[in-house]
Design a protein around this ligand. Structure first.
Ligand SMILES: [Zn+2]
Length: 362
């Protein structure tokens, strides 16, 4: 949280400093054109240029950090966002415009080149154009932060702890049954979203809540957003799982005791583990693994918390965004491991974390 705020603040601060720096460079160069005999104008231009350079560096570093570490949203969000692509395009234009002034000013600094009126005039104009572009980038960024220009629907808000979580758990059974799409999915085509006709009862959810634990260390489910209903496959289907961002190689623990049903590899899911819980009512699926835990086989007995593999980006996950795709399905027969009725893992994980042990019908 602190890192996230600090990065957002530094990113914005860099933008302001950079804008001031490049503006100051333009102004100083205008002065130099009017008073070519005054060496202080060029010196001020070089100082403005230094600030512009430092700010640009800080801006890129904080921007990349936020993007790659997924501090705000998963990188897939940005790639799908038109506003983000516009922002990146503008940034590349600024970068391309800056190459010549940057090298020229470096030569002025090293006294390899004397400033002449023609170059001074050109860099002055480029500085003002860059100012306008940076201001435009700020506008696009604000637009993006308001959620405009997103390629897909904004994620469902965080499940609020305590009452909200319990309430969500109570609603899981209802919504899961309502949105079931029987027989719409085959094992090979869509191993990421098992689907079936099995209905989910409140007792199922209560059992699952007692059994389950977060499969990644140091992830607090109350801080995650549900992405269960997000569109996938170009809007042709729902996600029906929980994506948990984590760095590559993070150990993945069995979320419940039971047994491995199938170690499976697919184009979408990459390296996957399908496992049954100990009641054999649920199939738990972990996808995009970098590699399996040594000695894991198709019939390994699992104890909750046991390491089964490591976070990666195999399958259709972006290499820039390693994450665990975690899905749970109510199954009529766990031997048919790719079928079942999907359950949103997040409310169950939240309820488990908060110690909701008994739930009753309202
Ligand atoms: Zn996913």
């Amino acid at each position: 949280m602190i890192t996230r705020l600090a990065l957002a603040w530094l990113h914005l601060l860099a933008l302001v400093v950079g804008l001031a720096g490049v503006w100051a460079r333009g102004r100083a160069l205008s002065d130099s054109l009017r008073h070519p005999e005054d060496p202080r104008a060029i010196r001020r231009a070089l100082i403005g240029d230094s600030w512009w350079g430092i700010a640009a560096l800080a801006w890129i570093v904080t921007g990349l950090w936020r993007l790659l570490a997924g501090t705000e949203r998963p990188p897939s969000y940005y790639v799908a966002s038109h506003a983000f692509l516009l922002k990146m395009t503008l940034f590349l234009v600024v970068f391309a415009l800056e190459i010549w002034p940057m090298t020229t000013l470096m030569r002025w600094r090293r006294k390899k080149l004397e400033p002449n009126a023609r170059d001074v005039g050109r860099i002055e104009i480029i500085s003002y154009v860059e100012c306008a572009l940076v201001a435009l980038i700020a506008l696009v960024a604000v637009t993006m932060a308001r959620g405009y220009g997103a390629g897909y629907v904004a994620p469902v808000p965080v499940v609020t702890p305590a009452y909200g979580a319990i309430d969500s758990v109570l609603r899981v059974a209802d919504s899961t049954n309502r949105t079931a799409k029987p027989d719409s999915v085959t094992a090979v085509a869509e191993p990421m979203a098992p689907s079936g006709t099995e209905s989910v009862t409140l007792e199922d959810i209560a059992l699952l809540t007692r059994e389950i634990a977060m499969p990644l260390d140091d992830v607090d489910p109350t801080t995650l957003h549900s992405n269960f209903t997000e569109p996938r496959g170009g809007g042709t289907r729902e996600h029906r799982a929980l994506d948990i961002m984590a760095s590559r190689g993070t150990p993945i623990h069995a979320a419940a005791s039971g047994r491995v049903l199938k170690l499976f590899t697919s184009k979408d899911g990459g390296l996957m583990v399908y496992a049954a819980d100990s009641s054999e009512r649920f199939v738990l699926m972990y996808a995009h693994l970098d590699h399996y835990a040594p000695a894991l086989t198709d019939s390994t007995r699992l104890v909750r918390g046991q390491v089964i593999g490591f976070v990666g980006s195999t399958g259709n996950a972006s290499p820039l965004a390693p994450h665990l795709h975690f899905a749970i399905a109510r199954s009529a027969d766990v031997k048919r491991w790719s079928r079942g009725n999907p359950i949103d893992p997040l409310p169950v994980l939240v309820a488990a974390k908060l110690g909701v042990r008994t739930i009753s019908r309202r």
